[in-house]
Ligand binder design. Structure first.
Ligand SMILES: NC(=O)c1ccc[n+]([C@@H]2O[C@H](COP(=O)([O-])OP(=O)(O)OC[C@H]3O[C@@H](n4cnc5c(N)ncnc54)[C@H](O)[C@@H]3O)[C@@H](O)[C@H]2O)c1
Length: 291
């Protein structure tokens, strides 16, 4: 039995990294009681500190009142205790490290620890929920709920159904995303990259080919994307922001799944990663951020 949207009171977010911490804050800002759970105490402490200072900054800039910020932070609990948090969870968003065995183990635990009505969603970018659905023992209540980075800002949420996902699970997940203030889209079938990352991948691929052929500099390709197409960032700037290691990892995972030559990881990116040029976070990627 799925919970109807009205019965969702307590949301459990698993993983307090880049995505999980902000997803937790999004849910708390929407009025939900939220537990962000992680196995790493230091990650939880860092998430709490970052979210608190972010809310303080919002108050200082006049974007939120002190009362609303305090109330949202008050609805947010950080914990390492999965069993206690899961026992009363109505909806789970798993945002732990991108490793299949790890996620399967988490979904097995969730199947045992959460109430039977709870929907179990994964925020995974590369693993379709069918890969963890059976482990939970309730595949009809499992789907992807894919947020974008930074989750507090980005409006899109891709809700991806697997073959076993029930219509009620899809409807409730879409409605929850709307109540989070997002604009969810429904992906009817699991496909590597879903929709957004496929679109981004196609643009990146063309940009890389144009650059490799010497048709234009990367600066001019980025400028064209911004001034002709209205993109907020050029494809090379975006790759540097996301992290070239992340892009390479996603490409490897996609290629492993499709075995399609068109999905082969780009050698220029693999080469930059091997040289430690990961993008903004390492000070150099396509661009140099050190000078
Ligand atoms: N980073 C992105 O841009 C992005 C965007 C969309 C979706 N995603 C997806 O979100 C998920 C998380 O990505 P991230 O970038 O936040 O990763 P991250 O490395 O920043 O955080 C992962 C967190 O999971 C925790 N963790 C590991 N094992 C755990 C367990 N057994 N139980 C609880 N917590 C555990 C880690 O301690 C860490 O704090 C991945 O599935 C990824 O595909 C990432």
């Amino acid at each position: 039995m799925n919970p109807s949207i009205e019965n969702i009171k307590h949301i459990l977010v698993i993983g307090s990294g880049a995505m999980g911490s902000q997803i937790g804050m999004v849910a708390a800002l929407a009025g939900y009681r939220v537990t962000v759970q992680d196995i790493a105490e230091d990650m939880l402490a860092r998430a709490k500190e970052q979210l608190t200072s972010r809310m303080q900054a919002n108050v200082a800039k006049g974007r939120a009142s002190q009362e609303d910020a305090d109330a949202a932070l008050g609805r947010l609990t950080f914990s390492t205790d999965l069993a206690a948090a899961a026992a009363t969870a109505d909806f789970v968003i798993e945002a732990a490290t991108e490793r299949l065995e790890l996620k399967q183990h988490i979904f097995t635990q969730l199947g045992e620890l959460t109430p039977a009505h709870a929907i179990l969603a994964t925020n995974s970018s590369t693993l379709g929920s069918s890969k963890v659905a059976e482990a939970s023992g309730r595949p009809q209540q499992v789907c992807n709920m894919h947020f974008f980075n930074p989750a507090l800002v980005m409006k899109c949420v891709e809700v991806v159904r697997n073959e076993a996902t029930s219509q009620a699970t899809v409807d409730t997940t879409l409605e929850l995303a709307r109540r989070f203030g997002k604009e969810p889209v429904l992906i009817n079938r699991e496909i590597p990259g879903f929709v957004a990352n496929r679109l981004m991948g196609a643009i990146q691929k063309e940009a890389l080919a144009l650059h490799a052929a010497g048709i234009a500099t990367l600066e001019d390709i980025d400028t064209t994307a911004k001034t002709a197409l209205g993109h907020p960032m050029g494809p090379f700037e975006l790759m540097d922001m996301v992290g070239l290691d992340v892009i390479d990892f996603i490409a490897q995972a996609t290629y492993a799944e499709t075995n399609d030559d068109a999905d082969r990881p780009n050698p220029a990116i693999t080469n930059l990663v091997a040289r430690g040029r990961l993008g903004r976070k390492s000070g150099r990627g396509w661009y140099d951020y050190q000078s």
